[in-house]
Design a protein around this ligand. Structure first.
Ligand code: C2E
Ligand code: CA
Ligand code: CA
Length: 319
């Protein structure tokens, strides 16, 4: 007989009468808000209600309420951040990053609305919109003569595991008429270790001909065993390491090891969040081949980015 051990986990939100609510409804609401904090803090723990949580909860509620209509009301847009060859200064690709400007809420951070979209089941239509818009923009750029670009799009882990995902990618490629190798999908490394079946999705996407990157590399729980089998093209070293590389020897050692290991396993390396020319020089000397970051360009709208294609930067960036 096959037996399975179940380990239930529990999160608790605690609210006090009468400080946190004077009637049942207010008290339940406060308890629920505190429960949310407990979950946000990593689950399997308790949290007490605090008044400032209400503002956070109300904001989250508004984000949730409005996000459903954001696409229809054309409040979403994309900005693009160049990915640059560290040796030649050539822009070989751009990463599409979603923006949401709401008339009352103002600019909502993608960290907030992407997490909300995942929670309320909106991530599929949202990503479909991002993919279609980004690939459409790539076609516009190609027609304007910028034909060597690749478009990188972020894919949430939950969508990546959707059984229809490969079909969705196929459909977008067909609809927009791009070449599969012009599309790059960025997924975080959490995807790598959850289930061996994920490796099959990587293979299916590779068979389709798209590029794949492991985003935020080094911050999650990389499974080295999975990395061995992965059919991905790039590791993107997270900004977290780049931020510290000039002041912290351990961060530098980790970056150097990631680059060496990545190369030996056959991955290209993109360093994210490069802001200083000293970081660039050091990364170049470590053999990193591509960078993304404010040093070169902040994410910006398509028109602004097009100008960078026309006037490429000097390859000797320290001068
Ligand atoms: P990410 O994929 O790691 O994107 C990189 C983030 O770092 C972007 O923030 C970018 O603006 C920022 N960044 C790039 N270079 C620098 C730098 O030199 N200095 C600093 N301080 N920051 C830099 P952003 O646009 O706020 O996006 C945050 C996250 O939201 C993204 O992190 C990504 O996980 C998510 N996201 C954005 N758009 C989408 C989307 O269309 N789909 C999905 N699933 N996630 C998205
Ligand atoms: Ca990314
Ligand atoms: Ca990243």
């Amino acid at each position: 007989m096959y037996s399975r051990k179940l380990t239930p986990a529990c999160s608790i939100g605690i609210a006090y009468y009468p400080d946190d609510g004077e009637d049942l409804l207010a008290l339940l609401k406060a308890g629920d808000t505190a429960l949310y904090t407990a979950k946000e803090n990593g689950k399997n723990q308790y949290a007490f209600y605090k008044a400032e949580l209400t503002h956070k909860a109300e904001y989250r509620f508004h984000v949730e309420q409005n996000l459903r209509q954001a696409i229809e009301k054309q409040q979403l847009s994309l900005v693009y951040q160049p990915q640059v060859n560290i040796n030649t200064g050539e822009i070989f690709g751009v990463e599409a990053l979603a923006r949401w400007l709401h008339p009352q809420l103002g600019e909502v951070s993608p960290n907030d609305f992407i997490a909300t979209a995942e929670r309320i089941g909106m991530i599929k239509p949202l990503t479909e919109w991002v993919l279609r818009t980004a690939c459409g923009q790539l076609v516009v750029w190609k027609k304007a003569g910028f034909s060597t670009l690749r478009m990188a799009v972020n894919i949430s882990p939950s969508l990546f595991l959707d059984k229809e995902f490969v079909l969705l990618i196929k459909r977008i490629i067909d609809e927009t008429g791009i070449i599969p190798a012009e599309l790059e999908l960025e997924v975080t490394e959490s995807i790598v270790q959850t289930d061996p079946r994920n490796l099959a999705i990587f293979q299916d996407l590779k068979d389709l001909g798209v590029f794949l990157s492991i985003d935020d590399f080094g911050t999650g729980y990389s499974s080295f065993a999975s990395l061995k089998h992965l059919k991905a093209d790039y590791l993107k070293i997270d900004k977290y390491f780049i931020d510290d590389m000039l002041v912290d020897n351990q961060a530098l050692t980790l970056i150097s090891s990631m680059i060496e290991m990545g190369h030996k396993l056959g991955y290209g390396i993109i360093a994210e969040g490069v802001e200083k020319s000293e970081q660039l020089d050091l990364l170049r000397s470590l053999g990193c081949e591509a960078i993304q970051g404010y040093l070169f360009s902040k994410p910006a709208n398509a028109d602004t980015i097009s100008k960078l294609f026309v006037y490429p930067v000097s390859t000797n960036w320290t001068q």
